[in-house]
Structures are given as C-alpha cells and as structure tokens.
Design a protein around this ligand. Sequence first.
Ligand SMILES: [Zn+2]
Length: 251
Amino acid sequence: MELEKPISAPFRVLVIVAHPDDIEFGAAGSVAVWTEAGAEVTYCIVTDGSAGSNDPTVQHAELVQRRQAEQMRAAEIVGVRNVVFLGYADGSLTPSLELRRDLTRLVRQVKPDRVLIMDPTAVLISGEGFDYINHPDHRATGEASLYAVFPSAETRPIFPELLAEGLEPHHVNELYLMLSDKQNIAVDVSAVWERKIQSLLAHRSQLDESVVDMIRQWDTGAGKAVGVEYAEPFRVMKFYDATPQKDTPAE
Ligand SMILES: [Zn+2]
C-alpha cells in the first residue's frame, strides 16, 4: 500500500454510497483532507435509510427525515455542502438500469475528476477482529456506480434521454473504491481524525461513542501500513481518457 500524494490543483469529487453513515465509517477523513486542499466534494446517498431501526414503534418517514438531517450535519463537518438523496428504499436495492441512469445523470451534472464508490466485488469482508457480510445495498450501489462511471457517463449513445436534458458525456479520471479487499492507496487522515469522528457521531440515530474504538483500530491499522498515525485505505484505479480532444489541432 502507498500513501496518497497530496492534491496539487483544485478539483471535483463525487462520493456515492448506499446509506447515510456509509461515508463516515471509511472515507470522511479523506474527504476532510480533500476539502481542506480545495476540492469541491458532492455526496450522493442512494437509499432513504428507512431500514436503520428494528424498533417496531419507529415511524419510517420520521426516521428518513432524521437521517437526512444527520447526513447533512456529517457532511458539513468535513466541508461538504452538496448532498444528493436519491430516496431508493433501504434494504432491497438492486443495481437496476434506473439506478444506473440516475447515477449517470449525477456524474454528468457534477463532472467529477474523482469518484469514490463502494467496491461491488467485496462479498465477505474480514479484518482484524471482525467479520462482515457486505450489505447487498452496498454492492448494488457499487455496481450501479461503477457502470455509471464507465461506460455510461462518457458514452454519448447510452441513455439518450440524458442528452435531451442537456447533459453531455463526461470522462472520470480516478475511481476510489471503499470497503475493498484489494487496497493499494491510503490517505493520511491523522490531522483531521477528530473531525472524522465528529462527522461519524453526527449519525446519532445509528451509533454512539462506543464505535470510536473500532474505527481507531481500523485507521491505526491502515496507518501502520504507510507509516502514519491514522489512514483510510482504498483501491484506486486511474483511467486514460481516450476521447479525442476537441481543441487538438488537426495534423
Ligand atoms: Zn451501509
């Protein structure tokens, strides 16, 4: 694993996850690092978070509203003001064409240089001291996001209805995958780690301070691999833009 090189020029990042709180577990520290370096970051939360309680007395509409407010607060703490809620039902998401089109629309609107998504290939995840069956909403979001980035966002004939909305193709240069079992880049989040924790704790309906020890263990583990106190690991892929540039003079 390598340490991520600091951002040198301002750029745009789009983060796409399934649930309110997914970003905060694994990527809010990196987002804080990027916004401090001048990046403009947009969050997209695909589901409404309505399955985030087993309490039979909880009103789902109220829970959805509360979780949106928590997500807005969590975003604000790490310098993010643009949060898009797609409102799909929590817990039964599939990587449908409808979802891929919605995400393709968003990629073409935001025009990000970097997109951060959930790794759709990770099914069974085991780390130091924990085992986890990856939530099917995470994988569905990951798959739809992956194919929104490529080929849908950059290919003109795919989803012609988006062209009719005035949304031109857009090529994404970098893909960051969270919850991946093939991590190759870690972001040093030591300087912003307290803010990451505050951002995570904004999700009061879902968790409390008892979660902090687990996150500390994850982030020190990733930090050790690259020689810093705290880090967040990702699988990172960088893509060559094969689209002919319009402004290149003909030879
Ligand atoms: Zn989740």
